[in-house]
Design a protein around this ligand. Structure first.
Ligand code: SF4
Length: 68
């Protein structure tokens, strides 16, 4: 029914550390670029899919070589 992986349709934002997924009360999903808060050259709600972005940074969900 619903598409299971929206990350594949929104492009780079889907795995970018600056992306924040928002959901409205009516179930609509928005993707907010948090870079826009500090840099107005980034759109608050980028047009998807984003294929190229100078601000893209891979979200680090796994930690390699965690130094303690
Ligand atoms: S910095 Fe670029 S890739 Fe990252 S969330 Fe914003 S628009 Fe998307």
């Amino acid at each position: 029914m619903s598409q299971g992986k929206p990350e594949t349709t929104i492009g780079l934002c889907g795995q970018c550390r600056w992306m924040r997924k928002m959901e409205s009360d009516r179930g609509s999903v928005f993707y907010l670029c948090q870079r826009s808060a500090t840099d107005p050259t980034f759109p608050k709600y980028p047009r998807l899919p984003v294929l190229h972005c100078r601000g893209y940074e891979l979200e680090e969900s796994t930690h390699f070589g965690d130094s303690k």
